[in-house]
Design a protein around this ligand. Sequence first.
Ligand code: SAM
Length: 285
Amino acid sequence: MFNTKLGLLKYFFFRNDRAWRSLSQDERNAILRLNVASNADREDYQNEKTYGSERFLGGENWDCSIPHSTVPKALFLKEHLKVSGPRRALEIGPGPGYVSRLIAEQASLQELCFVEVNPFFLSYLKKKSDEFRVQHPQVTFHFRQGLFPQVDVGTGYDLVALYSCLHHIPNRDDVLRKLAELTVPNGTVVLWDPAHYLPRIIDLVKKIFSRKILRPAESEDYSRFATHHFLTVGEIRSLCDRHPFRLEAYQCELGGKYRVFQFLPLWLRKYFCSEIGFVLRRVSR
Ligand SMILES: C[S@@+](CC[C@H](N)C(=O)[O-])C[C@H]1O[C@@H](n2cnc3c(N)ncnc32)[C@H](O)[C@@H]1O
């Protein structure tokens, strides 16, 4: 698929599950390997102050002073935490912890486990959670370094959060299978990620010309094809059809000039969104 222009066109423009299914096993393995390397080693992921500094002055991290209630992705989680009142939570890909602190501060919380492939972020979170426990000794933290869904994180969670993380994980049937094992009945999974709709498609079209992304791979160097596979409602619905989850709610965030479409009903507005959030509920099937 990476060796022809048509294959690359499908890979970049098809929704993630269809593109992923079209890859050969070797190509899938190569992308998964590259995703580990790019998340663990990239330069802006080695310092909590550089991560997200283009969005928030001083970085998007545990200590960031921008109130969660003013940031759409954080507000989506905050409102869900209020109604769900989780006791045991898992956060996958917490990075330097901007929404982790929001979860930790939830009054009902007793246990929070982080799974993160990047060792720098994990040791930063260890330091922050030790400081947090001085005031909140009722919350116990656990840390697992590794790649979800391969890494063992235990079971029995009533909340799992993946924030700006699922777009780094293209093998989503494996993710949902694992999430079904580790959530309690009626537990919830909250996702927030970049969306694969018009703004992204236009961006990709521009990249065809500026970065020549349709240049076929030479030999087996697939490094240009990792690591961003954005989300659509269609893919999440079809995952919920195959796994014991119900899509309970979703919310779209429009950016820049696309805000003029804010008045449209949600089913239509989603085509113009750049970020999207989902709440999935664990059901028994
Ligand atoms: C874009 S950052 C998001 C950080 C944070 N959740 C936020 O919203 O600001 C993605 C994070 O997910 C981690 N990550 C990506 N794929 C992962 C995987 N398969 N398992 C565990 N962590 C992963 C990366 O190392 C990185 O810290």
